[in-house]
Write a protein that binds this ligand. Structure first.
Ligand SMILES: [Zn+2]
Ligand SMILES: [Zn+2]
Ligand SMILES: [Zn+2]
Length: 353
């Protein structure tokens, strides 16, 4: 970015229709706040106390099969239930509105080995995870009354993950949640205004600028978005215009496995830690009767990675103060973050035995 990028400025997020404050001059401020624990990958491949390891009993009383590949089950403590009744009675005020919320929360174990993470799995091990995500999106999205399927992963205690076993979650809802709803509106408006896809246009702009790209393969581009809030936030975009995983070719499924295999070790290598993050896929809502691509021509498949670490394995960014009351703010520029991630090796600092 040219000229004055080292001074405070605002950047526009066209996908979320919101501004971000960038304050690069602030990166030198001293840190006397919380210092967390460095996170190492688990050293044992089976933990008798883990509720996700094969054969173990779960907290709710169910027992896991001795699975050898991928294993999914309905969360024993689901945030959503398929048959919750609608709130009863008329509200005493239109300002005291409630609405039914139904859905399903599932857990997807990526691998039986407790010590692994996506970053330390092979492409050949990640590909079946991509297949399982695709099958779950199709199956759950096809259920009556399910309008959205959110596939995501919380990694690390810093992000509130309660268990280090390699796993993600799939929450589905009888409504389109706020984040994808806002992105649907922005993409729909851009299509109406220009006749083109917002994220196809954005990807073209980023590829010609170049400086925020972390890496690419034939099917996906990983970049630190212009409007990133989290220090090392990454947006992973499909190169082809498609709305959801079922539209992927076999090569594109391999391409997604390859992109995950190349991004997650870079993250771990950055501060030589098991890098915490929330990541998730944003894809077409499943609220249309037609196939997602037809019902939602505006939607462009992507993944968001939101890692909290700021300057070391133990110092994180907080979203507090002005960020809660005003707007999000960041210190290091997205261009600097992309440069640092580009410089990281794709070979994990802690190789598998
Ligand atoms: Zn485990
Ligand atoms: Zn597109
Ligand atoms: Zn998104």
């Amino acid at each position: 970015m040219e000229g004055n990028s080292q001074y405070p400025h605002r950047r526009w997020n066209p996908l979320r229709q919101a501004w971000v404050l960038v304050s690069p001059h602030r990166t030198q401020r001293p840190w006397q706040g919380e210092v967390g624990q460095k996170a190492a990958p688990s050293a044992v491949s089976y933990d008798p106390k883990c509720y996700l390891c094969p054969g173990n009993a779960r907290a709710g009383g169910a027992q896991n099969p001795t699975y050898e590949g991928i294993f999914s089950f309905v969360n024993d403590y689901s945030a959503l239930l398929p048959d919750s009744p609608a709130p009863s009675g008329a509200p005493s005020s239109p300002l005291l509105l409630a609405s039914p919320a139904r859905g399903l929360c599932k857990v997807l174990c990526y691998h039986p080995d407790h010590s692994l993470t996506l970053a330390r799995m092979t492409r050949a091990e990640i590909r079946p995870v991509v297949d399982a995500w695709t099958a779950q999106y199709l199956e759950i999205g096809g259920l009556d009354g399910i309008e959205y399927v959110q596939i995501f992963e919380n990694r690390g205690a810093m992000m509130g993950a309660s268990n280090p076993h390699p796993h993600g979650q799939i929450w589905s809802t009888s409504f389109v949640p706020d984040e994808p709803a806002a992105e649907t509106a922005a993409q729909r408006q851009h299509l109406a205004d220009t006749g083109r896809c917002l994220l196809c246009d954005y990807l073209e702009a980023e590829r010609s600028a170049g400086e925020r790209i972390v890496f690419e393969n034939d099917h996906f581009t990983a970049l630190v978005p212009w409007w990133a809030v989290w220090p090392f936030e990454v947006l992973l975009l499909s190169r082809r215009h498609l709305g959801a995983m079922p539209e992927f070719t076999g090569d594109e499924r391999n391409g997604l496995a390859d992109a995950l295999k190349r991004l997650t070790p870079r993250y771990d290598n950055l501060f030589e830690t098991s890098f915490p993050y929330t990541m998730g896929f944003h894809q077409s809502p499943t609220d249309g009767a037609k196939t997602p691509g037809e019902a939602h021509p505006e939607w462009h498949f992507h993944a968001h990675f939101y890692p909290p670490l700021l300057r070391s394995a133990t110092v994180r960014k907080f979203m507090v103060g002005f960020e809660m009351l005003g707007m999000p703010q960041r210190d290091i520029t997205p261009e600097d973050a992309a440069r640092r991630l580009r410089a990281c090796s794709e070979e994990h600092f802690w190789p598998r035995a």
